[in-house]
Design a protein around this ligand. Structure first.
Ligand code: SAH
Ligand code: TYD
Ligand code: ZN
Length: 405
């Protein structure tokens, strides 16, 4: 039996998404090297309730010089992170020599506002290319993986932080024991750790199985985060649901006994209990809905092909690697996918090898249908591409089920 990465308890596997490539490894068309594959399986810990991947991909395979995800690529996300920075400035960073550390600052989408406010900060970002983009915005960044050693070094050279923040990053880090020892070293006694990640409750509600891929190692809940924090001398003192990326939760941890937990913590814990979020039956029925989505999506794409309709995809997301490789969707069903990210254009999607083209090609001419892989940015993309629908085009979505709009 597999064991939990947090507490070594027994893991019950409830979903197997098969053999998968690295979700952000977009290949050049002439690249003949073997692709890396691993088994994408998910389990629930019987003891501490943490939902997690069963197989771990070495971190250097995923986060390196050419990591192609740029956080500033969505205007809605830029706004979200400007708001987050203002919130941190107004709450945790009001002291005279306040210091903020961000894990996984990427291209500086959040720290930009902190830096412009003249507040002392440091980003910790292992992916060299995006770290350089952040430095270009005047942000201080250390190219490193955050772990105990990095944290001790930061504390020794820069002093301790009032807040450590991480968005869509903590769930990427299997080695949380080292991260928590690092947090203990780098946070002031009154400091807090604030992080936000996709919420298991929303993933289950929306059958959003494409949130599961190599980089997303943990799927947090209030319950599993409360237990994780306790193991390391911290306490879950606040939770807030966020609408971004298809549903996330922002968790605030303080050292045990430092802050009074907000009522929102008990409320979310109670909700998770009522809906039996940590029970194997609930997760097994999610897995069976995933099978239905796969069957419905493949059937729809095959029917449209048989009818002679033209279908392309929109958004070469990391998430879409799970969809194409789990459903067996290749260029016979989707000839190309449009994406605004220069580092992805001219390349092939991992595993499925669907060409990525610039978004200008979407309109040349418009297809009959567009499969929206970046469904978490639906409002922004549908608004930017409103001429597509005006010209008679239709969007295909597969969250929470397969439907056409
Ligand atoms: N915070 C941004 C980026 C999320 S992508 C946003 O929400 O849009 C996840 C980022 O975490 C990547 O840029 C990756 O390089 C970084 N990362 C991965 N492991 C890390 C670690 N151990 N410490 C710090 N950053 C890490
Ligand atoms: P996203 O869903 O944020 O993340 P992940 O890769 O982790 O699943 O990725 C959005 C992708 O969609 C990214 O490659 C940029 C692209 N995109 C567009 O092409 N056009 C747009 O208007 C937006 C908002 C994103
Ligand atoms: Zn466990």
């Amino acid at each position: 039996m597999n064991s939990c990465r947090i507490c070594a308890g027994p893991l019950d596997e409830f979903l197997d998404l098969g053999r998968q490539p690295l979700s952000d490894a977009f290949r050049l068309p002439n690249d003949t090297r073997d692709e890396f594959f691993f088994e994408l399986r998910v389990g629930l810990c019987r003891s501490c309730t943490m939902v997690q991947l069963i197989d771990e991909v070495p971190r250097e395979h995923m986060f390196h010089e050419d990591y192609p995800y740029h956080s500033s690529g969505s205007s809605a996300m830029r706004e979200h992170f400007t708001g987050t920075a203002r919130y941190l400035l107004d709450t945790e960073l009001r002291g005279p020599d306040a210091f903020a550390v961000e894990l996984g600052c990427n291209d500086g989408v959040m720290l930009r506002t902190i830096s412009e406010a003249g507040v002392r900060h440091l980003g910790v970002e292992p992916s060299g290319g995006v770290a350089r983009l952040a430095r270009g915005k005047g942000i201080r960044v250390r190219t490193a993986f955050f772990e105990e050693e990095t944290a001790r070094d930061i504390a020794a050279t820069e002093g301790r932080a009032d807040v450590v923040y991480a968005a869509n990053t903590l769930c990427h880090i299997p080695y949380l024991d080292s991260v928590f020892r690092g947090l203990d070293a780098v946070l002031k006694p009154t400091g807090v750790f604030v992080f936000e990640d996709p919420y298991l409750g929303d993933i289950v509600d929306r059958t959003a199985f494409d949130q599961i891929y190599d980089e997303h190692y943990y799927f947090f809940t209030a319950r599993s985060v409360r237990d994780l924090a306790r193991r390391h001398g911290f306490e879950l003192v606040d939770v807030r649901r966020l609408p971004v990326h298809g549903g996330e939760v922002r968790y605030t941890l303080a050292r045990a006994g430092q802050r009074e937990p907000s009522p929102a913590v008990a409320e979310l814990l109670a909700e998770e209990r009522t809906r039996r979020l940590h029970e194997l039956d609930t997760l097994r029925s999610f897995a069976s809905r995933v099978e239905t989505v796969r069957a419905d999506l493949v059937a729809l794409l095959e029917r449209l092909r048989a009818e002679g309709s033209r279908v392309v995809a929109y958004g070469a997301t990391a998430k879409s690697a799970t969809v194409t490789n789990f459903c067996g969707i290749g260029t016979e069903l989707i000839p190309f996918v449009c994406d605004t990210t220069p580092a992805k254009q001219g390349r092939l999607t991992p595993g499925a090898h669907i060409p990525v083209r610039e978004s200008a090609e979407f309109a040349a001419p418009y297809p009959d249908y567009a499969l929206l892989f970046a469904w978490n940015h639906a409002a922004e993309i549908m608004s930017n591409e409103r001429d597509f629908r005006a010209s008679g085009g239709k969007w295909i979505l597969y969250v929470p089920d397969v439907h056409i709009v």
